[in-house]
Unconditional design. Sequence first.
Length: 368
Amino acid sequence: MVQDTSAHSQLSLVPLGPGDLIDRAVRFYRRNFWTFVFIAAPPVITGTVISVGWTFLARSLFSVSSAASSLDLTFYYMFVWLGAAVIWFTETVATLSVMGGASRNFVRHLLFNEPITFRETYANTWKRLGGLLVASSIIAIVLGFIGSVVLYVGFIIGALLVFLAVAVLSSVLPLAVIVGSVLGLAVAIGTVWLFFLIASRFAYIPQVMLVEGQGVFSSISRSANLASGNVKRLAALFIFSLVATYSALALFYIPLLWYAWAQGVEILTFESDLVPAWYEISSQLLWQASLILLTPVWMVGLCLLYVDERVRHEGYDIELMAARRLGEIPAVPQTYVNPLQPALASQSLPEPPPRPRRDSSLTTLNLK
């Protein structure tokens, strides 16, 4: 009876606004701080090790001294940037895959008050690893491409509007500055809103795969159907995570800058020989440490958003309560269509029903 009361306290599901979403994600993160840090650490640590090794490899392959030719420096920067892009992509895919495993653990926590653990999260991820990697790669590629296009188009439109405002109102310079600033801000807000409108359609793919047991492409369709009306909350969660990440980075980075300045390191320079390897590696380590600390907020926030969308549109809180009180929906023969769906699907995907065997001695109604 005590366990039931504790579980019921975890099942306080109500529709969440942007502020409620961030507040609940942060509080949930604080209660499970070290668990979430350990869950987020493996992809980031692996990416950090590869990134440091890539930096050493670049410095050993290309000359970065002041006497190096411009061609050598060009190849050096291209090599470094290419490696950084590949490492970022791999790290993002791995993090999104882990988010899927964490979402199933999160729903089991709501259902049965099970603790969120490192082992359970990665066991869930391993069971659907192939599908999660494919889905996460699609998310990273599509959103990366769409984000670049939207940003580029928004920048061009904003620049043209500001230029037109200044040209038309050039006789009244203060008014031209005000109108140009307002137009630029409006285009920036519109660009961000458009990106998150598109990104929200892909936000729940890992969660749908692990919680509902669907495949990759059906999860894309399901995520798009769930995502109506969550642009503001997704944008608020992203902006909060971004500001918090850079705040943590600044907290770690300022002492490094002071130490580098005391050692006479030229910080604001593009000459690679003036920037020692220890400074580049330390910068990468600090950036990755901030990601380890703040990625769980994004992870928990997306899980809360997924559950919240199902509560709003499907009465998911009732499904969870029924599953907690009554257990799973009884299985029916595969030839029947079950109108009810479980609150938490089994880990394995359902097998398609076997095709009926035709016997020439039987009629369509199975009569002799």
